[in-house]
Structure formats: structure tokens, C-alpha cells
Design a protein around this ligand. Structure first.
Ligand code: SF4
Length: 376
């Protein structure tokens, strides 16, 4: 394939929002394969059992098994802007930058399919498959092999121009495209992201234990958040950007030409009280086109209760008492924990909790919660 055709592919990719584009062969280096094995063996995937499945691990290590006749991988980066913000009141929750706008997954999939159609025209008859996020593809390793980005010590991919504010996607193809040069590491002696993680999830350089990661806990994890991790979660109610925000490569990161993930007004520093009032229909309606729907109502409101408990703001007490009647044990349980945090220095709230414990009607609720976990 000529350099001209490669340039044309990059141009088409850019037209669809993929401002980063690199080419590689469908092979994973042995270092990356071994790192994956260690991570899976240590069960750092938490409750994402699919990440530990043998077949999926094998596919991650051998991308050539994903498409008959595969010759090349087109690695793509879809950048988004991470706006600066300051909280105005302690009653606001923090949502990770990428999740403040439309659902990146739906958006990228559409754009990737459109790019694939353009490549059908450009390259003629060839086989291809597109991947965004959910398939067993070791994205960061392929991106590094093609020179698109290197893996930072926080495990995310970093590009010289865009820092780590981008999503990866892949187009596997039977077209024979000359590979680009592999990326080299550029973290140097820096380790800033490691102590910046509020829950200590970066357990060693390049290794993130998902079980400790706020992104995993607030989005993928469906259960009661381990009690020792609730305080460090602070006001983060969906995902976390801390390891990226501190990274020097992100201080001068370029913004995308078009920011397809521009924040919506209601998800940019949302009011916690407004979120805790959402019923199932409200939740569905509000997050229909948003990545936040992934946490489901129970998960999001669980996170909101924790943020309220960490806020030190007594204004939330009446509402937290109200949600002790919610149908979801997950929400009730974390509301009790939040009340206990707010009550720590307040005799009135302590008294209200005692009254709750003494009240026959609430005794059943509290007993049920206690059966899930000892929270008070
Ligand atoms: S903060 Fe430092 S160590 Fe962490 S990813 Fe950025 S450059 Fe690498």
C-alpha cells in the first residue's frame, strides 16, 4: 500500500473524529502478554468476570484470531476535551470528563462504522471488523505498537499531543498496510499519578488494581462499596480523572478540533440532591443517551449517597432519611452510612438515627441493610 493511501486513511479517520490514527500488525509483544497474564491471575478485574475468561484472554493476546485473513490493525484515537472546572458548592458531584456529554460508546461506534464504509470504497474488496471498548482487544498494546501512544504508569495510553484525553478504537482489516514505528515510553522518572490516586489503585507502575479504582467502583461494580474506600471516593459519583488530571502530559494537551463529547448542562457538576430524587423513569429519561446509564439508578444513587456523606453538609440529612424507604437495598444501605458520617459531629442527627433504630417500622429496614453489611 502506498504512503498516499495511508495518508488518505488518516484523513478519512480525522473526518470522522479520529484525530489519531496508526497502523500495526495484529501481534502483541510478549511483555504485554505477560503483564496481562499477571493482572488476570491476580484477579485484579474484580467482578468483571468476563475479563478473566480464558478465551477472552487468549483473544487479547492473539488479535489475529479475531478476523480470518487479518493483515493489519488500524489503531484510532478519538480525543475529547477535559474542561477545567471549579465546584461552586459542596452540594455538587463530580462526573468523569468523558461521561459529561453523549455516550462515547454509541457515538464512536457510529463513526467507526462510517469510516469502515469509506474504507470499503477506498481499498476495494477486503474483510474488516470494528471494535470499540467492549471486545477482547488489548487496545493500549496495539496503540503502542503502531506508535499512536505509549502506556503511562497509570496504565492509560498517552499521546504527545493529546495527552491521555482520548478513547481508543480499532479497525481490523485484511488489507496489507505497512506498519508504523512503535512508540517509546515517556514517563521517565515521573510517578505523579501513583500517589494522586485517592484509593491507591495504581499498585505499581503500569498496574491498576480495578478493585480499588474509583472508575470501576462507581461504574462497573454493582455491590456495596467496601467501607474503607467510601471516604477516599469524596465527591466522585461516576468515574474519576485524578490520575489523568495530574499528569504533566495533560497540562498542555491539545483540544480536539470538534469536541463530540461536550458536557451537557445537567451532567456538569450536577446537584447531588437533584440526583437523589430521580426515580427509575427520571433516571432512564435523563441518561438515555449518556454513558452514565451504565451504572444504573441503584449504582448512581449509591454513589450520590456516599458523596453526600462525605460532603459534611447537613442539608442532605432529610433527603437521606427519605431514601431509607427506597426499594433498592443498595441505596438504603449507603444512605445509612452517609447519615452516620454526617451524624458524627451532630447530636441532632445522632438522635434521629437512634429514633430510626428504635422505630419498629424502620427496624425492618435497618435489619435488612445490616444483613448485607454492617454499616452502623
Ligand atoms: S503522571 Fe507521570 S508517571 Fe503518571 S502517566 Fe503521567 S507522566 Fe507517566
Amino acid at each position: 500500500m502506498t504512503q498516499q493511501t495511508k495518508d488518505k486513511i488518516r484523513e478519512l479517520a480525522k473526518q470522522h473524529g479520529f484525530e489519531l490514527c496508526a497502523f500495526t500488525r495484529p501481534h502483541i509483544n510478549s511483555i504485554d502478554q505477560e503483564a496481562l497474564d499477571r493482572w488476570v491471575d491476580a484477579k485484579m478485574f474484580g467482578e468483571m468476570d468476563y475479563m478473566g475468561e480464558k478465551v477472552r484472554t487468549m483473544r487479547r493476546k492473539q488479535p489475529a484470531t479475531m478476523l480470518d485473513g487479518i493483515q493489519s490493525v488500524i489503531s484510532l484515537g478519538f480525543p475529547y476535551a477535559a474542561p477545567d472546572y471549579e465546584k461552586v458548592t459542596p452540594q455538587q458531584g463530580i462526573i468523569a470528563s468523558y461521561a459529561r456529554g453523549d455516550d462515547y460508546h454509541e457515538l464512536m461506534k457510529k463513526k467507526l462504522k462510517a469510516l469502515a464504509r469509506d474504507l470499503d470504497v477506498l481499498l476495494g474488496e477486503h474483510g474488516q471488523r470494528v471494535y470499540v471498548d467492549t471486545a477482547p482487544v488489548l487496545e493500549h498494546a496495539l496503540a503502542a505498537k503502531g506508535g499512536l501512544a505509549w502506556q503511562g504508569k497509570h496504565s492509560l495510553s498517552i499521546n504527545r499531543d493529546y495527552g491521555s484525553w482520548f478513547f481508543l478504537a480499532e479497525l481490523f482489516t485484511t488489507a496489507d498496510i505497512k506498519p508504523d514505528t512503535e512508540a517509546t515510553l515517556h514517563c521517565g522518572t515521573c510517578t505523579d499519578c501513583m500517589p494522586a490516586c485517592p484509593t491507591g489503585a495504581i499498585v505499581s507502575p503500569y498496574v491498576v488494581d480495578a478493585r480499588l479504582c474509583i472508575s470501576y467502583l462507581t461504574i462497573e461494580f454493582n455491590g456495596f462499596i467496601p467501607e474503607n474506600l467510601r471516604k477516599p471516593m469524596g465527591d466522585r459519583i461516576f468515574g474519576c480523572d485524578d490520575c489523568q488530571t495530574i499528569c504533566p502530559w495533560n497540562q498542555k494537551a491539545k483540544k480536539p478540533e470538534i469536541d463530540y463529547l461536550k458536557p451537557r448542562e445537567d451532567t456538569f457538576l450536577p446537584n447531588l440532591a437533584m440526583l437523589l430524587r430521580l426515580d427509575d423513569d427520571d433516571f432512564r429519561q435523563m441518561f438515555r443517551k449518556s454513558a452514565i446509564k451504565r451504572s444504573k439508578r441503584a449504582g448512581l444513587l449509591r454513589n450520590v449517597c456516599i458523596a453526600m456523606g462525605n460532603s459534611g453538609d447537613m442539608i442532605f440529612v432529610p433527603q437521606l432519611l427519605d431514601v431509607l424507604h427506597d426499594n433498592e437495598p443498595l441505596i438504603r444501605g449507603h444512605a445509612v452510612w452517609a447519615l452516620a458520617q454526617l451524624a458524627a459531629d451532630d447530636a441532632d442527627v445522632q438522635q434521629q438515627i437512634q429514633l430510626l433504630k428504635d422505630n419498629e417500622q424502620h427496624k425492618n429496614v435497618l435489619a435488612e441493610i445490616a444483613s448485607f453489611e454492617r454499616v452502623i
